[in-house]
Design a binder for this molecule. Structure first.
Ligand SMILES: [Zn+2]
Length: 234
């Protein structure tokens, strides 16, 4: 009986020693430290609007919204990843994982975010107007009852304003103008219309300064998350 107890205690020490050794190995390995850090960071879903069968709106030169949103969403996501955030993409190419059905398409995007247990869902779109050059600028659809997401939307707009490329059209309340991926999402969400594809100035700015737009969107998201964390600590 006593022998078994001593054996158990020794085994216990051995396990604790091995666990400690394992932790040391993890901490002295650069890759593992990065994984460890990422586990404490927020998960952000970046949704490139449209894709596959759904081209979105079309510019005068034939450029399709789905290609612009993929460009901006991909670079925005990369910037967030570089900063250490966990980024989940609803799509990373024109090959979409959902069927050719608008409702299933949008619900699949929400499912991806919910399966990832994400903290934020950011949908990137490009606006269009029936009248060429009749409307321009950026606007964001968000639930006005969700203070944190309203603040994030304002933070993104503040960064876009610094670029001085188009007018700030403000925020739109999804309680009044419901949008599927915001209104039916259990993950805090917003949908940003970056510019008008039908406006010459907006469109040219995107073609020549797409990276600046992605940087501004990423900065706006990160500033808002950091401000939120500081307010939680106080
Ligand atoms: Zn769109």
């Amino acid at each position: 009986m006593k022998k078994i107890q001593i054996f158990s205690i020794s085994l216990g020490f051995l396990i604790v020693f091995l666990l400690g050794f394992g932790a040391n190995v993890l901490f002295f390995n650069d890759d593992s430290i990065e994984v460890y850090a990422n586990n404490n960071m927020e998960t952000i879903v970046i949704d490139a609007g449209h894709g596959g069968y759904d081209v979105g709106c079309i510019a005068l030169d034939g450029t399709q919204e789905k290609d612009i949103t993929l460009d901006i969403a991909s670079s925005t996501g990369e910037l967030l990843e570089e900063a250490g955030y966990n980024v989940v993409y609803t799509r990373t190419s024109d090959n979409v994982s959902w069927p050719e059905d608008n409702k299933e398409d949008l619900q699949s995007r929400i499912d991806i975010a919910e399966d990832a247990d994400a903290n934020y869902y950011i949908s990137i779109h490009i606006n269009s107007s029936d009248y060429n050059d009749g409307a321009s600028g950026y606007e964001t659809y968000v639930d006005f009852n969700d203070d944190e997401m309203v603040e994030m939307a304002e933070s993104i707009h503040a960064q876009l304003e610094l670029l001085n490329y188009a007018q700030d059209r403000g925020l739109v309340d999804t309680n009044e103008t419901p949008l599927y991926v915001v209104s039916n999402n259990s993950i805090p969400a917003l949908l940003l219309e970056v510019e008008f594809i039908t406006d010459t100035n907006d469109f040219n700015y995107m073609v020549n300064n797409g990276d600046d737009l992605s940087q501004a969107i990423a900065n706006g998201i990160m500033n808002s998350i950091e401000a939120e964390e500081i307010s939680k600590e106080v």
